[in-house]
Design a protein around this ligand. Structure first.
Ligand SMILES: [Zn+2]
Length: 450
């Protein structure tokens, strides 16, 4: 049975009182100072909305009084901040180190047991199993890796992004009752909305977001446990089902570290036009899922979860350089700023190119950088000098003059046969030089401001 929960102000008073009586009064301020980061986190994170969000998972009238869900969630948060991985040892730690119990909101002599934590996790995870896939499955193969240094993993089935975008545009997906939905709601109400109120995410009526996937490794074995009798019968190479302790994990290619990893992809949108680049959307995907597919799903999920936000720009890396994604962003009236994929062939036809030019809101001018005919380069120069400031994903601002200069260089100093899709040496040389100049300028401005 859920009892009325206390307010954040009451929690702050509780922390103040117990730190005073158990530590500061006896001159043990070093324990508090050592954990000042955790203290700052729990002090400022108002989690009181957790009770409203998970309240419906508790009985209203029956059963013994439940632990305050806000304290339980906070305790799991402190556990994560202190990089503690096991609930058993976390409960043990809280019982013998009173400061951790106080940070969580518990009295040091009244810390909940291990079972209470597992019970709480069951309430906020909306599925009967902790795993989405079956534990018994065939071992998965590694995806193809990038050809050159720093290259992204190529997409497995060509045209799949286009098909997914078309399907979503025809029948917009409605996401409901997914296992992690309560986590997403807590993340929105307790972290993103307060950040918006403090103005930390920039202008939410013209929000700029940057999207990318990153590798999240698992500690579980990638081999699985054999459950068949093939070995007894002398067969040492079989493709039977095996038992995996983390069945949702799979192999993925980490292009940054140039390594395979076993785990998941964490796809995130961050507020790009803001001082802290704070995340506004987080979701886990299978590690073999290509970033562009994760993006299409995440964008729809994000737009559904945050109807109050108006997206203005979307900054993406070269893994997202697909015509379908420009189309999708244009459909949602969002400017696309996507890094060029140097390996993609000039697949854009003249008709598509002209369509892209006519799209009103798409700042797909960036995509036009690499197109192959001289006429297009002239058109691009005109666009560039028409007052558009281009911003490259993760590489700062390019003033129009520099942009126009580079295009004039491409037009006048590059032999015609060299202007191919992103492969002109002069173009890349000039781009590298401009990047250097722009970053030097930015550094200089930053140091002058300080
Ligand atoms: Zn077998």
């Amino acid at each position: 049975m859920l009892m009325p929960t206390r307010s954040h102000q009451e929690f702050q008073d509780f922390v103040k009182e117990h730190l005073q009586t158990r530590y500061l009064k006896f001159g043990h301020s070093d324990a508090v100072l050592l954990n000042h980061k955790v203290l700052a986190s729990v002090w400022h994170a108002d989690l009181s909305k957790v009770a409203q969000i998970v309240g419906y998972r508790y009985s209203k009238a029956k059963g013994s009084p439940a632990r305050d869900p806000v304290d339980m969630f906070r305790s799991l948060l402190v556990m994560e901040l202190l990089r503690e991985r096991s609930i058993d040892s976390w409960v043990h730690k809280m019982r013998y180190t009173p400061i951790f119990a106080i940070f969580s909101g518990f009295l040091p002599n009244d810390v909940p047991g291990v079972g209470t934590f597992y019970d709480f996790i069951k309430r906020i995870w909306l599925a009967s199993s902790a795993h989405l896939s079956s534990k018994l499955r065939k071992p998965r193969r590694k995806p193809n890796k990038g050809k050159k240094k720093g290259d992204k993993s190529p997409i497995k089935k060509p045209g799949i992004v286009k098909r997914l975008v078309e399907r979503y545009l025809q029948n917009p997906p409605i996401f409901h009752s997914r296992p992690h939905d309560l986590f997403q709601k807590i993340f929105k109400e307790c972290f993103v909305v307060p950040s918006t109120k403090h103005g930390l995410l920039g202008d939410i009526n013209a929000l700029s977001v940057a999207g990318d996937g990153s590798s999240a490794r698992t500690g579980a074995s990638c081999y699985g446990k054999l459950v068949c009798d093939c070995r007894k019968n002398g067969i040492y190479k079989c493709s039977c089902h095996r038992k995996f302790s983390d069945p949702d994990a799979s192999w993925g290619w980490d292009s940054y570290r140039e390594k395979y990893y076993f785990g998941r992809t964490l796809y995130a949108f961050t507020a790009a036009d803001s001082p802290y680049d704070l995340p506004v959307y987080l979701n886990f995907f299978k590690a073999y899922r290509h970033d562009s597919l994760c993006f299409v799903y995440s964008l729809h999920d994000f737009l559904q979860q945050y109807p109050e936000f108006k997206l203005k720009e979307c900054l993406l890396d070269s893994a997202h350089d697909a015509y379908a994604i420009y189309n999708l962003l244009n459909h949602h009236d969002v400017s696309a700023l996507i890094d060029l994929n140097p390996d993609s062939k000039p697949t854009m036809t003249h008709a598509q190119f002209l369509c892209l030019l006519l799209l009103p809101k798409t700042v797909s001018r960036f995509a036009l950088l690499g197109t192959s005919c001289l006429m297009m380069v002239f058109v691009k120069t005109v666009i560039a000098t028409s007052g558009v400031v281009l911003r490259f994903a993760n590489h700062g601002r390019y003033p129009v003059i520099q942009f126009a200069l580079i295009h004039l260089m491409v037009v006048f100093f590059t032999p015609k046969n060299l202007i191919t899709y992103g492969s002109s040496l002069v173009f890349h040389g000039a781009l590298a030089f401009l990047r250097f100049v722009t970053s030097a300028e930015l550094l200089l401005n930053a140091s002058l401001n300080e």
